[in-house]
Design a protein around this ligand. Structure first.
Ligand code: PLP
Length: 470
């Protein structure tokens, strides 16, 4: 494609993008296709000859769009969001045009230095102490893996890096509500799933710190070596907040790395009124939060902070001849701060989002979302045949339909049926979890453009559908 053709098509694509943003509410929020439907519409063989770009755009609308679930619809209440925003999208366009591979400082000094500065901005924006240094990772999963690997190396004097895992005595702890990425990390890093100890939770689904200490003390007696506790700020099910100070004191006492998975609720730390979540921050060794969830920055952009960058780097660094540079030691070569060598220029989209919204603009949006959850919870609480199933901490509401005369098993079936009926309507998309054995509907009111009218319409639809399916 020649540059002039690119200019023409880029204009058309931008028009398509803007029109999509305007029309996003017209699409079924959850894709209504059946398995294999899209696959069967794509030719079996790659074209031998060049095809016009116009044809690709036609096929985009005809073949691909029906298979898209619309995460950017304000009627998207499922999972946790993967929010975008116009400033972030514009930056992504520039990032892909530059196509810089930012593995080391020399391969694009601006990328490394902007990343370093953005991490300072964000550290201060969320109220972490000045000792913390940050790096952008692709995902919270990889950040948690980096934390557990660092903990493993610190606890074994960097021996596992050299000699491999010699014993199965290393132990990691998280609550029974922690995200599955913790389990994945212990599988990958040679610690093993059986050495992940899941600590029971209290009524609000936060980790029971007394039970954590009991488990650690018991393990030590039996010859295990506790190396890491993963505490959550915002569990995936009910957005429970684990008590950082109480957990931190235990970690300090037993010399255990404290990693905080704040994938979703880290963004709420932008609000001073949510800083209670990091009371005890002096005990935190590492913390991850996803700007790609609730900070209006396109996936992927996961922010990983560490108190001791030297240990992180020592865990990951490796120096083949072809990566030796004259600036080594004077600059941040972020390839040493995580698993992948190659890195995208993600800092540019953070720069764009933070500057275009301003800290106050981001705070306002997050506050609005939290307020919407409160409003929704009030609407649910006002209906005697519905029940709230967890405290509303920030922007997630857990509830179920509970008409009289149904036992627990029947209620589970009924709520599952309700969930499918709602999603099949195409009018909204929500997902579920299980809390105390109860099938629980989860509504996340944190999509970039969600507003009160969306919540009101969603709630009417939920009530109407629920009462019509029994
Ligand atoms: N931690 C929590 C609490 C999550 O809810 C999620 C995903 O929703 C993750 C970690 C994993 O995030 P990522 O997709 O960035 O790996």
């Amino acid at each position: 494609m020649k540059t002039d053709d690119f200019r023409k098509h880029a204009g058309e694509v931008v028009e398509w993008m803007a029109s999509y943003m305007e029309r996003v509410e017209e699409f079924p929020v959850k894709s209504q296709t059946t398995p294999g439907e899209i696959f069967s519409k794509i030719p079996d063989k790659a074209p031998l000859k060049s095809e016009p770009f116009e044809q690709l755009m036609k096929d985009l609308d005809a073949i691909i769009m029906p298979g898209i679930s619309h995460w950017q619809s304000p009627n998207f209440y499922a999972y946790f969001p993967a929010n975008v925003s116009p400033p972030s999208i514009l930056a992504e366009m520039i990032i892909s045009t530059l196509g810089a591979q930012c593995m080391i400082w020399e391969t694009s000094p601006a990328a490394a230095e902007l990343e370093e500065k953005m991490m300072i901005w964000l550290r201060d924006m969320i109220g972490l102490p000045a000792q913390f240094e940050g790096v952008i990772q692709d995902s919270a999963s990889n950040s948690t893996l980096a934390a557990i690997l660092t903990a493993r190396e610190k606890a074994t004097a960097f021996d596992v890096n050299e000699n491999g895992v010699q014993s199965s005595a290393l132990r990691v702890y998280c609550s029974s509500q922690a995200h599955s990425s913790v389990e994945k990390a212990v599988k990958i890093c040679g610690i093993g799933r059986k050495n992940l100890v899941k600590i029971p939770v209290k009524d609000d689904y936060s980790m029971d710190a007394a039970k954590l200490e009991e488990a650690i003390a018991n393990d030590i007696k039996q010859g295990f070596l506790p190396i890491c506790v993963v505490a959550a700020l915002g569990t995936t099910g009910a957005t429970a907040v684990d008590p950082i100070r109480a957990i931190g004191e235990i970690c300090r006492k037993y010399e255990i790395h404290l990693h905080v998975d704040a994938a979703m609720l880290g963004a709420a730390l932008l609000l001073p009124e949510f800083r209670w979540m990091i009371d005890g921050k002096e005990y935190i060794d590492s913390l991850v939060f996803n700007a790609h969830k609730w900070m209006f920055t396109n996936f992927d952009c996961s922010i990983y902070f560490v108190r001791d960058a030297a240990s992180l780097i020592k865990t990951f660094e490796i120096l083949p001849e072809y990566l030796k540079t004259r600036t080594r030691g004077q600059v941040n070569d972020y390839r040493d701060w995580g698993v992948p060598l190659g890195r995208r220029f993600r800092a540019l989209k953070l720069w764009s989002v933070i500057r275009c919204y301003g800290v106050e603009g981001l705070q306002e949006k997050i506050r609005e979302h939290i307020n919407l959850s409160k409003r929704l919870a009030d609407m649910i609480a006002a209906e005697p045949d519905f029940e709230l199933l967890a405290p509303v901490v920030a922007s997630v509401v857990c509830f179920r339909y509970k008409p009289a005369g149904y036992d627990e098993a029947a209620l589970n079936r009924l709520n599952e049926k309700l969930n499918h009926a709602l999603n099949d309507s195409g009018k909204l998309y929500l997902t579920h979890t299980t809390l105390n054995g109860n099938y629980t509907l989860r509504m996340v009111t944190a999509q970039t453009n969600v507003a009160l009218n969306h919540i009101q319409e969603a709630w009417s639809l939920i009530m109407q559908t629920a009462r019509s399916i029994i």
